[in-house]
Design a protein around this ligand. Structure first.
Ligand code: ATP
Length: 258
């Protein structure tokens, strides 16, 4: 089967010099990739470059077998969902309406949502344990609540590939785990996903693969069990780390207190 995402020699940036400096990565159905790396290293730029949202990109970014530039926006949005860090203005919309925006690429000529769309949006909100946000005005949402609605919007889009930019930021630990568990459950049944994360332990627990980005270049990539390794993380973040094996078999990482 064609990969959902395949970049080759991807350079991307905003100004004179590129942020991404030749990234090669291939994401397939049934894989959840964690993108890890220091602040400003190009993690969000990678997602935005793949989607063609930057002033410039060079190299190849193929989505579901077709070069990004060959996709019409609506057709692409039926296959690929992007969960950014913030909503465009949420004000003036209810939580349910914000989530229903994810159905836009699938709606007919008049852009009207059906009962099925509404039922789907409510079901995703319930699944994420935030059903109570359906009637909440956009201007009355906390940072974490906005994040949960952004994720819900991405899930109701029912994409083949889900790109998540720091989906767990602002979430309490229960919602962090809940959000990634819901994404992983979909990955188990064929979704492909890429999630920018800052929490190595969440990556170890939920991702199938990891891409370590440092200064716009790939430091390492592959299955989490082999890529997430103490010395490599020390190089990635430039600080000493400790590691231990939890009784569950998951490897845990923590920065060493100096
Ligand atoms: N709109 C922009 N215009 C110019 N430079 C930008 C823009 N957005 C990001 N950058 C720069 O590009 C570099 C990479 O940014 P990016 O947001 O991809 O980093 P990141 O790895 O996602 O960081 P963080 O972990 O802090 O979110 C940074 O140096 C940043 O300052």
């Amino acid at each position: 089967m064609e990969p959902l995402l395949c970049t080759q020699g991807l350079f991307a940036g905003y100004g004179a010099s590129p942020v991404l400096q030749g990234v090669d990565v291939t994401v397939r159905a049934g894989e959840l990739w964690a993108v890890l790396g220091p602040n400003g290293t190009g993690k969000s730029t990678l997602l935005r470059g793949v989607l063609g949202l930057l002033p410039w990109t060079r190299g190849s970014a193929r989505l579901l077998g077709r070069e990004r530039s060959e996709w019409a926006p609506r057709a692409l949005a039926q296959q690929v969902a992007w969960v950014p860090q913030t909503f465009e203005p949420a004000e003036g919309f209810s939580g349910l309406e914000l989530v229903l925006m994810g159905r836009s690429p699938h709606l007919g000529l008049w852009g009207l949502t059906s009962e099925r769309d509404v039922a789907l949006a409510r079901a995703v909100l319930e699944e994420l344990d935030v059903g109570y946000l359906a009637d909440r005005p956009g201007e009355a949402l906390s940072g974490g609540e906005r994040r949960m609605l952004l994720l819900a919007r991405g899930l109701v889009q029912q994409p083949a590939l889900l790109l998540l930019d720091e989906p767990t930021a602002f979430l309490d630990v229960a919602h962090q785990v809940g959000a990634l568990a819901r994404v992983r459950a979909r990955v188990e049944v064929g979704l492909g996903a890429v999630a920018v994360l800052h929490d190595v332990n969440l990556a170890a627990a939920f991702a199938t693969h990891a891409l370590l980005l440092r200064e716009g270049r790939v430091l390492a990539q592959g299955p989490v069990g082999t890529v997430l390794e103490r010395e490599r993380l020390e190089t990635l973040y430039g600080l000493p780390m400790e590691t231990a094996l939890a009784p569950s078999g998951v490897r845990l990482f923590a920065p060493r207190a100096r």
